[in-house]
Design a protein around this ligand. Sequence first.
Ligand SMILES: [Zn+2]
Ligand SMILES: [Zn+2]
Length: 1018
Amino acid sequence: MAEPVFQPLPTVPDHPGLEEEILARWEAEGTFAKLRERNRGGPTFSFIDGPVTANKPMGVHTAWGRTLKDVFQRYKALRGFDERYQNGFDCQGLWIEVGVERELGLNSKREIEEFGLEEFARKCRDVVVRSSQRLTEDSKRLGQWMDWGNDYFTFSDTNIEYIWRFLRVVHDRGWLYLGHRSTEWCPRCGTSISAHELAGSYVDRADPSLYVRLPLKERRGESLLIWTTTPWTLPANVAAAVNPDAEYGLRSSGEWVAVARYPDDKFLDRKPGSDLVGWIYEGPFDDLSPGAAVEHRVIPWDEVALDEGSGIVHIAPGCGSEDFELSRLHGLPVLMPVDEAGRFYDDYGWLHGMSTAEAAEQIIGALEEKGRLLEAGLYEHRYPECWRCHTPLIFRIADDWFISVLDLRQPMRDANANVEWTPEYMGKRMDDWLVNMGDWNISRRRYYGLPLPFYPCACGHLNVIGSRAELEERALEGLDQLEELRRPWIDRVPVRCEECGEAVTRIAEVGDVWLDAGIVPFATLGWQNPTWIPEGYATGAARGLTHADLPDHAYWEKWFPADWVSEMREQIRLWFYSQLFMSVVLTGRAPFRQVLGYEKMLDEHGREMHGSHGNAIEATDAFNRMGADVMRWQFCAQPPDRNLLFGFGPAEQIKRELLTFWNSISFFVSYANIEDFRPSWSALEPRAELQPLDRWLLERTHAFVREAEAGYDSWMTVDVMRAYTEYVDDLSNWYIRRSRSRFWAGDLAALETLWYALVQTLRVMSPIMPFLTDHLWRNLVADGPESVHLAPWPEVPEPDEALLDEIADVRRVVTLAHQARATSGLKLRQPLRRLVVEGARGARAHADEIADEVRVKDVAFDRVEAELRVKPNLPVLGPRLGRELRAVQQALQSGDFEELEGGRFRAAGHELEPDEVLVERGGSDGFAIASADGVTVALELGLDDDLRLEGRGYDLIRQVNSLRKEQGLELTDRIVLTLPAAESELVERHGDWIRDEVLAVEIRLDGNLRIEKAGSGE
Ligand SMILES: [Zn+2]
Ligand SMILES: [Zn+2]
């Protein structure tokens, strides 16, 4: 035989192998560049990439987001859109710093300063350089097509300058202020943490639970009983709060408590809380000088809870935000017991230098010694920890810089209302966040971050520098050493106060990292840049890492706002929020039109993925063990409103599922090669005279293309995957199964139709499985575009729904008939007398096909006499109906229900969907019954001698065909079949049929079953 037209396929695809091969082809052929060139000047689709933190290799959760971005950019490219493909790296902030500290073995800010800020900054940059290269490699391996080498890096001076510009606008409008308030604080990182960084960081923790006596000064033998879970705050106690409207009682043991907390106790005295107000007590640690200086008294507070503790709350304004508010209201002193590193100041005597955790032990011991401790236990609760280093947070009073949201809340809500969110509820989450957001705490007491351009002057004026040019103009010295707009260099550049002319220095703080990412739609698109600057974005630390230009304002006009952005749900309060915030300040509108959000990734057993649990998966492992296409399938099959359970187990399942399509192509290749079939891209549609089944497959293919299109257009890859799975089932388990004999006979219409269907499927699925589809495309399409990614999206006519419904009915009947047969215990091969079908109107014209598929002599459309039993599907129905379930259950049991269209039922006033009920139909004797979705079939089970003999024929054909395979015969080889003499009746009645089915030129009846290749001699 001549060189085959198509490469024969191996039994299973080698995903990693073929992916590497395709990557090399794309590289060699410049496929992506050709695609972009083709779409240049087309309608625009503006995508803006949320930056990935450049501090480690890619994890599979990052691969999920990157896959979705790539899928939709590929889809839009197939449809001819001109797109931006700029990737982004997040390069500053605690993520980077904490990693470098670990690498260098530094444990505190003091150690960083001793190490030296210049060297520390260089080490941080090294991490970004290394991991951005690694992330780039991993992303390419994933198949993500981006403009690598033109990435944006948020530590570029340009990015920083754009944030300065934003902060200047904020200041000019009067929204910037220095707040003195109680804030969540990470003692290890030595900085405050802002609300949006906090939301996801609560963990279960057990803390001490202490009940402590505070003796009353003017009531001998009596004391207040307070409760706390943070012993370290007791040395900072200044007051005790009671609920003025609650009743308090004096227990016989001498403690005042809220009566509601101890309803069974006997009380010597009872008073309303308001009567306790003003009482003076001994502080828990008056032996330490800060406590000794305070007059501790009882204050009223409406918020004192009566559902836990003693009903009397210990107040330490230096250690809690509500406490701090109360101190303002009641003029209480504020004791700050711990420093930035969370260690006790030296005026706390024996506690000096201890961390809050170390102090807890000591404090409990001291209280016990003094006889102040009534009860000590453990308290389980949710407690926030630092999202970067996992240290439990404390409260401290700090001076932080804030942006007031008072004037911004409503404009931001209005802007968000114009954004289309998928899934929709995420837009509501964003609105909830905006309704509740506090002022934005933008300052961090750290090193490797955006330097806040604030220069407060002794004259009272706050200088806010809005650009590098302004800095240079006002600088008094230090410009020559200014390597980057960054600590420590920037700190050596004092400027002149614009009010009084004195020299002023910058505050030490750096900015919240979300400023870096939020400014991206402005900094990367050249918002207020008058002229285009080639490689103009590659400034400061980004120099040498990217070739990205700084475009001009016209470019910004063209690409802003983004048509689409996509990130995981937690970004609602992070990137989506900071971008929306900055965009509303600068332009009054949202920076994106549509958003695709998605939930969390867990491991395949539903547990959180963590390095420490040993269940985190690096993308590299997944590439090597499952391949990128299988990963992408797993990501795309996931509904975005549910957590993805990702792992190697599901990957194996996907590989098995993929084989249906793989085998269909393999089948086509085998028969097309036999016929030397040479289809042409220029004549894609079949030209031979089609049979009804071919026409159906064309319509079915058109319907699939349309369904996939709708899925892509609504950002729902899960809909595309569902459409694909159903389509491939129809293609393989109906069209190919029903057409086998035509392929054996080399039927041209069948080959053309199948080729068309396969080629269209490759085009539709190419955004999701870019490697496998291109690999197969290059095999199947000889004269078309060299890559499937260069073929445009298939344009197809409206499908013939009536025809599709008919065959859907046929397939439903066949499936039910197989189900019925399975319950009977009879083999699928055994021919039966009759099938009766009720419902499935569309199937009537296809009785012959059904008879053939189901292997019955006759198909009748008629009523099926069957007893109907319906039970509730409890796991589904229970949660929906709640208490009503019982009534429905009883109605179903007593047969008091009505059958509705489409497999639905009505019982006890409720309509029940097909998946909410379990339906059984008992038949009359001699029939097997099956039923679903309003269709019922009855299979007659009785056998006679004719049926048995025919069944024996099928058995034999199957046996012989597996012998052919075992003996390695080609599909076209003819054989001589030898059978035992006992089979003479079978050969006499069914000889011709058997000969055809097994390609036998002769059947001999003189020995045991065996086959020989015909013409191979005796
Ligand atoms: Zn921390
Ligand atoms: Zn001044």
